[in-house]
Write a protein that binds this ligand. Structure first.
Ligand SMILES: [Zn+2]
Ligand SMILES: [Zn+2]
Length: 299
């Protein structure tokens, strides 16, 4: 069973977890407060989108998924997100939303279409890798840089398009699991995270899609970036502060993926616990490991 696929997205659970993490991790409180606003917007958008999408189910393949952007349905909801971000976002996010809203519908269509085509795919990650990474919170001082501005634009596009991607994924039959398939079988994106779920006496690893949030089974001892399968090349690090988050690294390609271990903490929510684990990003970069796919905060 793939738990994420029963009953659609769990926005209320995401908000509850963000509230909890804001209390127990004060360093993540600002991020978790912003995230609660974003998840509530995404829930409203998902509910608006769910019915029309369900009336037009489409066959499961990544190319048909990507050809399915219904701008006529979506575009009317974009101003709500842009004004929300201007009201509740930190200064650089609010300013990016203001600039975005000034561009108007013709530019929005171009940006949404371009992002929808590549979001989460290896082509997109290659173009991102040529730019310095920025934390959304820390880019106020160099906002004029093209790279920071582009990162913020993608932040907005990602928040807006993810509920639509989730609604498409929720209405498609998942292809039979191939446990060595390192990109999402529905939309072809890279994985954002691993998730260890209780099965029998141990845990079974799944990968969580960075874009449509579909989950699929993946072998425990296998690098999703380069395919390395020698156990001594695949070290796992766990910080004392986050005993349920595994940094699963690869000494062959020097990429890593974070895996949220639900066998250690059944209350964790993969998407939210990852956003709250800010110190792990610093640790990984100090050890020369790059993340396979960054999260919403570009960390
Ligand atoms: Zn996907
Ligand atoms: Zn590797």
């Amino acid at each position: 069973m793939t738990p994420a696929k029963t009953g659609g997205p769990d926005y209320d659970a995401r908000v509850r977890r963000a509230k909890h993490l804001a209390v127990i991790h004060p360093f993540a409180a600002e991020v978790m407060t912003l995230y609660q606003h974003l998840a509530q917007f995404q829930k409203r958008l998902y509910l608006e989108l769910a019915q029309p999408v369900m009336q037009h189910p489409t066959p499961a393949s990544a190319s048909s998924f990507r050809s399915n952007l219904d701008l006529a349905l979506l575009l009317q909801h974009l101003p709500e997100l842009l004004s929300l971000l201007q009201n509740v976002g930190p200064a650089p996010v609010a300013e990016a939303a203001r600039q975005f809203s000034l561009q108007g519908p013709a530019a929005w269509i171009t940006l949404l279409t371009e992002y929808w085509t590549v979001a989460g795919t290896s082509d997109h990650l290659r173009s991102q890798a040529q730019l310095p990474r920025h934390d959304v919170k820390n880019i106020a001082h160099d906002y004029t840089q093209y790279s920071a501005s582009e990162a913020l634009t993608e932040f907005i596009l990602h928040i807006f398009l993810q509920p639509y991607a989730e609604s498409l994924a929720a209405n498609r039959a998942a292809p039979a699991a191939i446990a060595t398939h390192s990109v999402c079988p529905l939309c072809n994106s890279a994985p954002l995270l691993g998730v260890l779920r209780v099965e029998g006496d141990g845990g079974k690893r799944h990968l969580l899609c960075a874009f449509c949030l579909h989950e699929w089974e993946f072998r425990r001892i296998l690098c999703p970036t380069c395919g390395e399968e020698a156990e001594n090349k695949l070290p796992v690090y766990v910080a004392e502060q986050f005993p349920h988050i595994r940094v699963e690294a690869c000494d062959t390609c020097h990429y890593y993926i974070r895996t949220i271990d639900l066998t250690k903490d059944g209350h964790a929510h993969p998407l939210i616990d990852d956003l709250g684990a800010l110190p792990l990003t610093l640790w990984a970069s100090e050890h020369n490991y790059s993340r396979l796919h960054p999260n919403l905060l570009s960390t």
